[in-house]
Write a protein that binds this ligand. Structure first.
Ligand code: ATP
Length: 320
């Protein structure tokens, strides 16, 4: 069963920027859904619409079976959103922050008390009860922010880049928290992130978007299979040479997609063994200085780069 259904969503701002350009996607009940995309892809615009903050220009959005534009109040009661900026009040204690949130959502006082105690326990916050919230580390503040947003027992929790700027340990604690929210609270999570490893580790479904449109949607494993077996990496002495030969290979016509990463060019090809021989021969015949050529197994990062490219629109070949 899906909890979010988006059909041909368009958001055009007053300045004429079309942040969403006919985006369609579905989020299933009880899953962690990650939205990935380069800067300016339209992720925040989408979250702002889904959380009823902005109105779409056109298209249809249904959340928990309700039309977002016709019944925004009913939708609002069943969702919670943790924005990029931490929303805890540092003049209040941990408990006061939790209670404030429960009153905002009009949760019955006794139920709120039970939920708050369970959340504090569940998310390892009890050790911080006696300290002022202003003294918490960024990671603990973020955990409290998310715990507060769970007081209303939302069916869907939106998290806009929840681990941005965190150290590895805090990020791992946050992942544990997200998995708990999905598995023990049965809340669906809609997550935006720039971290591919995070999306890979946590998500049931990943959607990669660019220029206001979805490029591809699927499980981390199914996305990796997009480019499995058929990639070559050629390493040069510097990134400029990589860029130069990327353009040369693009013009040959037998490359499915290409991207430059550090000193290397990644080439998507039809048959890696045949391409390996052909490209190797071409490089030697043309006296091109290169450090190495190899057949590579793609990771999620390769899929992301292949689909979003670095300015070129080759990803459109992969539109689902
Ligand atoms: N309020 C606004 N008015 C006009 N244009 C906007 C507004 N908000 C966003 N945009 C533009 O819409 C496009 C998509 O922006 P958006 O913030 O949704 O992308 P994003 O994927 O969240 O990017 P980032 O990862 O950098 O946060 C960008 O070109 C941006 O400049």
């Amino acid at each position: 069963m899906s909890v979010i259904e988006i059909d041909k969503l368009v958001k055009e701002y007053k300045n004429g920027v079309r942040a969403l350009d006919g985006l369609s996607l579905k989020v299933n009940s009880g899953e962690i859904f990650s939205l990935l995309g380069p800067n300016g892809a339209g992720k925040t615009s989408l979250i702002n619409i889904l959380t009823t903050y902005y109105k779409p220009t056109s298209g249809k959005v249904s959340i928990l079976g309700k039309d977002l534009c016709r019944e925004p109040d009913r939708v609002r009661r069943q969702i919670a959103c943790v924005a990029q900026r931490i929303s805890i009040d540092e003049h209040l204690s941990l408990m006061e922050n939790m209670l404030f949130q429960s009153r905002l959502y009009k949760v019955d006082a006794q139920l709120a008390e039970e939920r708050i105690n369970t959340l504090i326990d569940s998310f390892d916050l009890s050790g911080y009860l006696k300290y002022p919230t202003a003294s918490y580390s960024g990671g603990v503040k973020r955990r409290l922010d998310i715990a507060m947003n769970m007081v209303s027992s939302p069916v869907i929790l939106f998290l806009d880049e929840p681990t941005v700027g965190m150290d590895v340990e805090s990020r791992k604690a946050m992942w544990k928290m997200m998995l708990k929210i999905r598995d023990e609270y049965n809340t669906s999570i809609f997550l935006t992130t720039h971290y591919l490893e995070e999306a890979d580790q946590l998500s049931d479904t990943i959607c990669i978007m660019k220029n206001g449109k979805e490029l591809v949607q699927g499980s981390p494993g199914s996305l990796r299979s997009y480019t499995r077996q058929d990639m070559l990496r050629i390493t040069f002495s510097n990134a400029e040479r990589g860029k130069k030969y990327k353009d040369v290979f693009d013009d040959t016509g037998f490359i499915k997609f290409s991207s430059v990463r550090d000193n290397s060019v990644l080439l998507g090809v039809d048959d890696s063994r045949t391409a390996f021989t052909a490209v190797n021969k071409w490089l030697l015949d043309h006296d091109v200085e290169f450090r190495g050529i190899e057949i590579v197994e793609p990771g999620l990062e390769d899929v992301f780069l292949a689909l979003t490219g670095s300015g070129e629109d080759r990803g459109e070949e992969w539109v689902c």
